[in-house]
Design a protein around this ligand. Sequence first.
Ligand code: SF4
Length: 221
Amino acid sequence: MYEAMRARFGDRHWWPADRAAPPDRKALEICVGAILTQNTAWTNVEKAIANLRAAGALDVGALAALPAPALAELIRPAGYFNVKAKRLKNFIARVHDYRGGDILAFLGRSVDTLREDLLAVSGIGAETADSIILYAAGKLSFVVDAYTCRILRRHKLIGPDDDYTSVQELLAGSLPKDVALWNDYHAQIVETGKHYCRPTARCPGCPLEGFPHDPQADKEP
Ligand code: SF4
């Protein structure tokens, strides 16, 4: 299924952070994007990140010093800006408390330690934590999102009782332990979900059309 999606969409080069930025700045930008992208389109996140960059606020110290209302104003394009400002402040406080805000050291810990620490931050759930671990830290933690569950359910690879953890275990246990693969795999799923596996499936022309599927499988009986 991965090969079929990749043949259609090519390498997605996800996560779309500023590749010319120094590693710590790039890692921070990915973390900020992962928090801001909850419940909004990526294009809105890009506008919020551009505002932060223009204000010189894409920096752990600057974000820690920025009052929440001013931060909310900068990230307004991402929607739910007051809530997201609080989440960002919570995350930044955590990073700031760890070795004086050394984000690369914060991200450099083991997956289990890092994941536990991220999930302890108010407002960071499993999908955001795993996005940060996979894309900012470059470590193995498969990102499961609504598209993943919908596609797997419609292809009868998971059942109605599967939850985030069981879906993640299925994927992590089935795929080679390859960060680049997991990185691009999630991006391919997002692309397939965005264009084809929408609430009402558009199977004709979908790269996964040749695999056994039932577009009604996720509907209530
Ligand atoms: S749109 Fe159809 S073929 Fe494509 S992933 Fe969804 S159920 Fe499968």
